[in-house]
Unconditional design. Structure first.
Length: 159
């Protein structure tokens, strides 16, 4: 027997075979036409686009590409580009971590090889008052970047 006869075919999508919601169903010609119209402009299982009409190109474009900078719904007026205060030094961060016993103040994980982050409670980079800075692990620090009002109240109640 030649070598390549029994090679298994690769599955490129989870919607092939039994996993396909239309698997085993008999479709009418009108339903097939409706499905084919909806599928225009959507990538096939090999990652290649089927032919797209010019009018439908806008529907399938990537809208998040236009959400950069000022157009982004989470834009805060360029606050992230502001520099830190002169007081924001490595010695200040070490003293904050030492004060918090090298533990995350949300989940309680001890600091390992990677140093924990120092987080500004009021999200103001210029306010380097030690009462405004808290030690967080990287996972918890990522959580605090969303729903800021909740986290400000959370930390103020703990202190």
């Amino acid at each position: 027997m030649p070598k390549g006869i029994y090679k298994r075919k690769k599955r490129y999508s989870y919607n092939i075979g039994i996993n396909n919601p239309r698997y085993g169903k008999i479709l009418s010609d009108t339903t097939k036409k409706k499905i084919s119209k909806k599928m225009q402009g959507i990538k096939n299982c090999l990652g290649k686009h089927w032919k797209v009409k010019d009018t439908s190109k806008m529907k399938h474009s990537k809208p998040w590409q236009s959400w950069k900078g000022e157009r982004s719904p989470s834009w805060k007026g360029g606050v992230s580009f502001e520099p830190y205060s002169i007081d924001w030094t490595e010695s200040l961060r070490k003293s904050i971590r030492e004060r918090d016993h090298y533990r995350c103040q949300i989940c309680g994980v001890s600091q390992g090889d990677i140093a924990h982050d120092c987080h500004h409670i009021d999200y103001d980079k210029k306010n380097c008052n030690p009462d405004n800075i808290i030690t967080l692990c990287q996972n918890c620090h990522r959580k605090t970047n969303f729903n800021r009002d909740y986290w400000i109240n959370y930390f103020n109640q703990r202190i």
